[in-house]
Design a protein. Sequence first.
Length: 144
Amino acid sequence: MMIWNDGLATRNLIIDKEHKELIEFLNIIDELTPNQKSLTYSLEIIRSLYRLTAQHFSHEELLMREFNYNNEQRHLGEYRVMLENFQNLINDFDRIGIGVIAAFFEQWLSGHLLREDMPLARFIQRNQKLAHDAPARPENRRKS
């Protein structure tokens, strides 16, 4: 089980909201009772987590492009590898089961939050502040 705490917060409302959703979904998987762990139901939940993760990656990609993030290609490369590994585990679901996939996702998410998303969020915050603090360009200033 993974618990959200302030140490995971990026201070970016969009990113943090989606990270909380991913953690909540992961915890739903951890809380499944043996009766709920039917292959069909478990696979449906894992596929939903995959879709939610891919959607989150798309949102972060838009933020990286909007703010011209200097580590965008490396970050996106990690997304591609993660989604490929996640899909491979889903394809092997019958053999490995839901626990292995949940453990993979939790380990990946906790590392990714600290290693990749914290620097991204700090970059966005700095650039938002720079844009906000920058003086108006002469052509945009009001004429008196």
